[in-house]
Design a protein around this ligand. Sequence first.
Ligand code: PHE
Length: 497
Amino acid sequence: KMAVSGSANPQEHWSGRAAFILAAVGSAVGLGNLVRFPYVAGETGGGAFVLFYLVCILFIGLPVLCAELMIGRRGGGSAVAAIARLSKSEGKSGIWTIVGWLGMISTFLILTFYSVLAGWVLHFVLLSIGDLAGAIGENGLGAISSPAFEAMSKDDISSQLGELLTQPVRMIIMHGIFIIVTIAIVMRGIKGGIEVAAKVLMPIFFILLLALTVSSLINGDAGAGFAFLFQPDFEKFGAALSDGSILLDAIGQAFFSLSLGSAMMITYGLYLSREDQIPGAARAVAFADTSVALIAGLAIFPIVFAAGLNEAAGFSLLFNSLPLAFHQLPFGGIFAIAFFIMTLFAALTSSIALLEVTVAIADGDVDVDPAKRDRRRVQGAIVIGLIAFGIGVANALSQVSGVETFFNTWHPLDFIPLFEGLVLLDLIDQLTANILLPLGGFLTAIFAGWVVSGSAAREELNFNSERTFKIWRFLCRWVCPLFVGLVLVYAAIIAPM
Ligand code: PHE
């Protein structure tokens, strides 16, 4: 065994394989699946995008996920430290730590808008609690069995997010509460808290999502929903393909949803114990994450089409459509509360991971005296969390409608064709998902395929056949870098010019 593999990993490990998978799934499953996937699918026209998304998960996401877990476990320490150690043990330069720093910048930027969207979810939690409480106040406890938002018209229900967007102060308060909770958890270290929470809540979340999907397939336009998601429209597809944007969107969504290219899975790989098989864990995480996205699509689009909502409505899709589903459901009030609480939790397990990456890197190396490390972790979480909150306020203001907030008319990178007309929140979303994460994944694949030696990778990954290892290596060496690289250059630089 090489020295690098055992000694650098003094941290507590996840209590077992199931716990690691749940926590990794918890970090991967979040607003990316529930809010972002339907939104990107809606804007790119559905089927063709979904097809490409699945191809990207299989041939790019899965190998890069294996690579990141491998780097994390073998390297030990934060993403930057892990890569530094691995490079050193291979006799290569420390320049590759750039991958860690890039990931840190990406995760930090994602946190600044993720927490704003999570604030929207929190608003919907309170809204649905208020609605049920009101119904009970009026009609007694029997109101529990009635659908959600009974007193409202359908139009009112599907414009609740629109309402929130006219209230900047409320939006900022929700965003602030969410950030504070995230800081408070990361401050305590991720082991006890995240693992327990993920173990309890993730299974409930899955059951709830399934129940909701069944209901929306029954009450909504199931045929239109299926057709939209799974029937590629090749005409639309051809048009989109000519500028490569649909490919970039699919790659970006795959990276965002699996939390790849962001140093996150490198950071979590550190906590994976030596007995666990990386390929199996990676498969389970990718499968669960992709299932949640597709199921969320099947919960949302039938309602969107049945109610005649606009499917290209951006981030608002989930918020405009699902309350209508609860409106048609017995016990809808209870379901609505449960669903939005679960969504909030899914967002929280992801935002914890987002903050954790940065704090772990800022924490420095694992060799620091533990007492000092705890204090540094607390300070790091607070300072980084507060800066994210500050930028988040600007993000929130960029979404406001009805009143001028400066940020809602400001298009920071208007001079770059790819980012033309985007306000801050949408800009940071596009910049991270479609540029920074793919770039991080591109570099990670090269690092794992070319810099890490075959023998080290083979030992660490421990595939059950040499052939599978060869396929993995080939994907990392050639397929991922070439495909991601070409699409990035074409869709982001050449086509927009
Ligand atoms: N994968 C998370 C989601 O889908 C978002 C995320 C991205 C989390 C990158 C961590 C790192 O919601």
